[in-house]
Ligand binder design. Structure first.
Ligand SMILES: Cc1ncc(COP(=O)(O)O)c(C=O)c1O
Length: 405
């Protein structure tokens, strides 16, 4: 089990007071806080090893290259992938754009279809929607069942031999729902489609093993799993990385350049144009090390227990509407509304009590429309959150309700 008291000591920011109250950070689905180990690893890179990770023949650049390479190995290992299959990106959004642009201009056109769910984050929706306009392919959506779950039968009906790509969020950033990705991947593959899994919320919270999952692409972000901002990852199958055209062009990714043509380095370098964020990659690897030390089974169990506790608490408050499935089917994310009070007002009152949550549409406007609402309040938990913090949330919510309701 996770020793929350011990874990909290690693996070300097949690010692802060906000509005004179102990800081309760419940906006982990947006971004997580950083342990001292990650902060130190980034600082150590800049203090002692900073160099561009080019092929400069200096000791310092060899060190930086080594650190960047080891970071790639560590982050790849976290999802049970080889380092050759892991492209560093800026974040999940860039990883998905990489896949969407590369495929749109090499494999998608009129008559082709891309299938997504209606619970996608804008990151896994807008790129496909915009590229569909440019390239003439069609985007189809699978709707939701009751309790914010997806229907496999709907996937069976929607995916056809015209489907070239299926894009699916592994865990919803609004409903918390853990989707049956293995079954969805199997449906996609049966029709010859490539399947991209958006792991932005799942990689931080549950064990993600790409070999067991079988997806063709997996995208995730460092900052949502204790790592720095500005670094994310795309896993892709080797043949795809070999075949797909680059998404961004420039230095670092080329083999030879002539005035009228160029050739590319082997993947993953082929997809990493420009000077990479090596310091953030080193920090990402340190975050992975931290999570592995805790054990992802323990991380998942901790989140699940805390989520169950919070759901029971929220259900006990009159007038609260909770979105999404039972605790055992979700990660540590709870979207809710308190009567007719605007979620922004809830967030503001909670902030006065030192509690940070998120309020709004959570970059999922089509999902909000599907639910018939403009937005929700959202509490999301991670390894340093405690039952006492859930109790603090309860106290502040009751006060907000009295004040605003
Ligand atoms: C499910 C999901 N996908 C994609 C993203 C985008 O992640 P990033 O902003 O790190 O690119 C998020 C961020 O909230 C998310 O929750």
């Amino acid at each position: 089990m996770i020793d929350v008291k011990k874990v909290r000591k690693d996070f300097p920011i949690l010692k802060r007071k906000i509005n004179g109250k102990p800081f309760v950070y419940l906006n982990n689905a947006a971004t997580t806080q950083k342990p001292i180990q990650v902060i130190d690893a980034v600082a150590d890179f800049y203090r002692n090893h900073n160099s561009s990770v080019d092929r400069g023949l200096s000791t310092i650049s060899a060190e930086a290259i080594d650190m960047y390479d080891n970071a790639r190995k560590k982050v790849a290992g976290f999802v049970n992938a080889e380092k050759e299959n892991l492209v560093f990106t800026k974040n999940t959004t860039e990883a998905i754009n990489l896949v969407a642009y590369s495929l749109a201009f090499s494999a998608l056109g009129k008559g082709d279809e891309v299938v997504l769910s209606k619970m996608e984050h804008h990151s896994n929706l807008v790129p496909w929607q915009q590229l569909a306009k440019l390239r003439g392919f069609k985007v189809k959506f699978v709707g939701l069942k009751e309790h914010g779950e997806l229907s496999l039968q709907e996937f069976e009906k929607t995916v056809s031999d015209k489907t070239k790509v299926v894009g699916i969020v592994h865990a919803s950033n609004v409903l918390g729902t853990i989707n049956p990705v293995r079954e969805i991947i199997e449906i996609g593959h049966r029709h010859g489609a490539l399947v991209l899994v958006d792991g932005a919320q799942s990689a931080p919270s549950i064990e993600v093993d790409i070999k067991r999952m079988g997806a063709d692409f997996l995208a995730f972000s460092g900052h949502k799993m204790l790592g720095p901002t500005g670094i994310g990852a795309l896993y892709a199958r080797q043949e795809l990385l070999e075949e797909m055209p680059p998404f961004l062009f420039g230095g670092g990714m080329i083999s030879e350049v002539f005035l009228d043509k160029s050739s590319w380095r082997k993947p993953p370098a082929k997809f990493e144009a420009g000077t990479p964020n090596a310091a953030a990659a080193v920090g990402f690897a340190e975050a992975v090390k931290y999570l592995q030390k805790l054990g992802m089974k323990n991380v998942a169990l901790h989140e699940s227990k805390l989520t169950k506790y919070a759901l029971d608490m929220l259900h006990s408050i009159r007038g609260i509407k909770i979105y999404g499935p039972d605790a055992q089917k979700r990660i540590g994310i709870i979207a809710f509304n308190v009567g007719r009070i605007h979620p922004h007002d809830i967030a503001s009152v909670l902030d006065e009590h030192g509690i940070a949550i998120r309020a709004g549409d959570h970059c999922a406007q089509p999902l909000m429309r599907e639910l018939g609402i403009i937005g929700t309040a959202r509490a999301s938990f991670y390894v340093y959150n405690s039952k006492e913090e859930v109790d603090a949330l309860e106290g502040a919510l009751v006060k907000a309700q009295k004040l605003l309701g």
